[in-house]
Design a protein around this ligand. Structure first.
Ligand code: FES
Length: 109
């Protein structure tokens, strides 16, 4: 799409409170549906750089990394402490389709 949005999946493919993993524009992402709302986050936990966020469980508006329990806000990707978080991506729903603006993180040296 010209506005930077890329099609990710269908809303009907997603289960409530359960993440799903996709590779979009070479970025590993985790998509969640919580109370009917869709959230798209980077799938790679900043703790040990493991691609497991999609497998985390949802609690209090956060996803909890299944490896060691770091929590990330579903909307912002931030940890409750404000420490290193996940990238979160802008989402748009058209009919049954989920679109997101997914960009690789720029490396900062
Ligand atoms: S890898 Fe996610 S909390 Fe350790």
């Amino acid at each position: 799409m010209e506005d930077g949005f890329t099609k990710v999946c269908r809303v009907s493919e997603l289960s409530e409170n359960q993440g799903k993993r996709f590779l979009i524009n070479d970025v590993d992402i985790a998509v969640f549906k919580v109370n009917g709302e869709i959230f798209v986050l980077n799938n790679v936990c900043p703790h040990q750089h493991t691609s497991v966020i999609y497998d985390g469980f949802v609690e209090d508006g956060c996803v909890v990394c299944p490896a060691h329990g770091w929590m990330f806000n579903l909307k912002t990707g931030k940890q409750p402490t404000g420490a290193r978080g996940l990238d979160s991506y802008q989402v748009k729903i058209i009919d049954d389709e989920v679109f997101a603006i997914v960009k690789a993180k720029e490396l900062k040296w």
